[in-house]
Design a protein around this ligand. Structure first.
Ligand code: GAP
Length: 492
């Protein structure tokens, strides 16, 4: 990662800790890799984000909600293919014992170095990959070919012998690649034997699939309709990295939309557009969002079409949500493995069939990070740098701060009264410590969109100033209209 990008991420991680957004898990014991805790401001931001998703996805007549358990029958994961296929290829460095994911090892290697490796092993590769060391190959083509060869079991050792370990720098020290299942195993009951193995779910989706008919019947839904769920998922990632981007415990916000097989493309395109719009509605910079459509040779075994919504993080483009046309794979597999019918009877066409599924799968934790990064700004104001989180008011952890200009002349009492009124509807913060300019800066860093200041004039005409975070403009309004003002600004 380039140094400037590293610096920005370091600043955000440091602000997240200092202001109580995110802490390292079990920090006093040295932390637990790939696990993070959300502090007072973080938990509000995460809750607001999930609430926005929930409203957008389920406050409509064709989507129902669900909260399935994390532990599920072990056969679920056989049917889903996770026991067999949810693996990453990994390699170890024999020298320093570090472990790496083979499929992303190439991301940390400069293209120039890759060209050199190709030159060195050209003779062995030339027959199967003619022109592999050709200087006219574009950087992109070199990167792609390198990744392809790393995942090719006949050729990857050739490349691995020429690569230095990213951790200790030694060359030719990698083991042969092995497959590693990412599911966390545990046991139900007191006996730890193979008959009592269960898994922590690696995705929330399966809880939706197995409940398809329960929800459809109880909610009396007709196709097309969807089931939405927010919940924790766990993956024993080989390499956790980039703060909240790849962690071992995280939250997903998934929706599975069940459709007649003939309508799959229409609904895939519909949800693709809706989901990108959701991020934009909440203020994410449009230029930093893009689709990454999966080429047909890279599709997962169950998918007919797939795209990622990617955000441009300081370290590069990264997936924040996946949208898949999962066909009838999931319901067919659960029908086969459970022996229970999962078909839908269409009363209009008098047909019985297995619905296709369009999946929208967003990471709550990863979206949290994207919103945090996107909102982070440094601006020079009056020769001083102000750090400001320009979070959408609906996402902001604190909606308004109430600041008495000075701690006397009845201003604290008036301010406390405003605070008490607002607390009934909003998360607000009372601050009377230090110069008002410093108090504004503290709220800018927390992403608070409005600061309400009670001053001398307030005491004579019951008006206050409201300062807007991004423009820093102030306006005067009647104190008894603050609630209405905030409601308008936050909701619309
Ligand atoms: N049900 C489909 C599914 O789980 P996925 O692409 O593996 O698809 C969906 O995951 C989303 O979950 C990703 O776009 C990402 O936002 C989030 N996610 C996946 N693995 C993650 C991890 N290790 N840490 C944080 N978020 C993760």
């Amino acid at each position: 990662m380039a140094k400037a990008a590293n610096d920005v991420l370091d600043k955000i991680v440091s602000l997240a800790k200092r202001r109580g957004f995110v802490f390292q898990s079990s920090e006093i014991y040295g932390g637990l890799n790939g696990c993070w805790d959300y502090g007072p401001l973080g938990v509000e931001l995460l809750k607001n984000l999930k609430e926005e998703w929930w409203k957008f996805m389920t406050y409509r007549e064709d989507v129902e909600g669900l909260d399935a358990s994390i532990l599920m029958h072990p056969r679920v994961w056989e049917a889903s293919g996770h026991v067999e296929n949810f693996t990453d290829p990994m390699i170890d460095c024999k020298q320093c014992k570090s472990r790496f994911r083979l499929d992303i090892l190439g991301d940390g290697i400069a293209t120039k170095k890759k060209r050199k490796v190709f030159e060195t092993v050209a003779a062995q590769l030339e027959q199967s990959f003619p022109g592999v060391a050709d200087k006219s190959l574009s950087d992109e083509a070199v990167d792609e070919l390198f990744n392809t060869l790393l995942e090719n079991k006949d050729f990857n050792l050739l490349l691995l012998n020429e690569i230095n370990c990213p951790q200790c720098g030694n060359k030719g020290t990698f083991t042969l690649p092995r497959l590693f299942n990412l599911m966390f195993k545990t046991f139900v009951g007191p006996v730890e034997d193979s008959g009592s193995v269960v898994y922590l779910r690696p995705e929330t989706a399966q809880g939706i699939f197995v409940n398809f008919l329960n929800v459809q019947n109880s909610a009396r839904q007709k196709l097309p309709f969807g089931i939405a769920q927010i919940g924790k998922a766990f993956r024993n990632e080989i390499n956790t990295k980039n703060f909240l981007f790849r962690t071992r415990e995280f939250e997903q916000m998934e929706m599975q939309f069940f459709v007649p097989p003939t309508q799959d493309t229409k609904w895939y395109e519909y949800w693709k557009a809706e989901r990108l719009q959701w991020f934009k509605n909440l203020g994410m910079t449009p230029d930093k969002l893009r689709y990454h459509d999966h080429p047909s040779n890279k599709l997962a075994h169950y998918a007919k079409e797939a795209t990622d919504i990617e955000y441009q993080f300081p370290f590069g483009w990264g997936e924040i949500e996946g949208i898949h046309n999962r066909t009838n794979f999931d319901l067919s597999r659960h029908e086969e493995f459970s022996g229970k019918g999962m078909k839908y009877y269409d009363e209009e066409t008098k047909e019985k069939y297995t619905p296709f599924i369009i999946e929208t799968s967003a990471g709550a934790s990863r979206s949290f990070m994207a919103f945090l990064v996107d909102s982070y700004h440094e601006e020079v104001v009056n020769d001083e740098t102000r750090v400001v989180l320009k979070l959408h008011p609906r996402l902001a952890p604190i909606k308004a701060a109430i600041l008495p200009l000075v701690n006397k002349d009845g201003m604290p009492e008036f301010s406390r009264k405003i605070e008490e009124d607002l607390r009934r509807s909003f998360k607000v913060f009372y601050d009377d410590k230090g110069a008002v300019g410093r108090r504004y800066r503290r709220q800018d860093e927390a992403g608070t969109p409005f600061c309400i200041t009670v001053d001398t004039q307030t005491l004579s005409d019951q008006t206050v100033t409201i300062r807007e975070r991004d423009t820093m403009m102030q306006e005067r309004i009647a104190a008894d209209k603050i609630g209405e003002y905030l409601m308008k600004k936050i909701l619309f």
